[in-house]
Design a protein around this ligand. Sequence first.
Ligand code: C5P
Length: 232
Amino acid sequence: MTNHVPIIALDGPSGSGKGVVANFLSTQYEFHLLDSGALYRLVGIAARRTSIALENLPLDEAVLGEIARSLDVAFTSTNNPEDPLEIMLFGEQVGHEVRTDEAGVDASRVASLPAVRDGLFELQRSFRQAPGLVADGRDMGTVVFPEADVKIYLTASAEARAERRYNQLIDKGIGVNLHDLFQSIQARDERDMNRSVSPLAPAEDAFVIDSTDMDIEEVLQNVKAIVTEKLG
Ligand code: C5P
């Protein structure tokens, strides 16, 4: 008999609080954590390192797909709940660079290419290891882990998400302007929700939580109730 490795899939738009929820659940259940957004961000960073200008369309899908397929990344758990993963790209620590808003914008550019999504597919699947996985992203419950035991789709208004992201980045010492961030979130939503491959949308069997008027404690309580019911 094979041991079942449970998966909690957490999807939703940028700034919806998925990161905090994912860290909370992986600590609570001692599950592995897949930050799939970081993988798309790393493809963007690796592309920039080879002098690919991601603002110049059309993008070279074959080249970017190959960058995704051959990405040499290592995630190590830190014991810091604020920043739970140390991220290495080709042996170099890139944690700070990965979290910038520019890296997020580049990520959503490369993420619209089917070859990049295919190139990251197996790597993402390989994170499913005992005792379990919390997978954070946009298409975890729909495409990468459709068999997930629990699917949660976390959302909030664009204004609320921009404000949260602003506070997060300021706390990390990354300087940003709230209005620019709001516009960037709207542009990212537009790209993520309207792309032809794996557009951002809740899985049919996902629990949807709109956190616009909730504080983080309330969100965590809701999530905990759902996961406890499903996983015990
Ligand atoms: O979650 P995060 O903000 O790090 O994701 C950055 C970008 O990567 C998203 O805006 C989205 O375009 C892309 N992404 C994706 N599929 C995922 C995770 C992230 O397309 N599973």
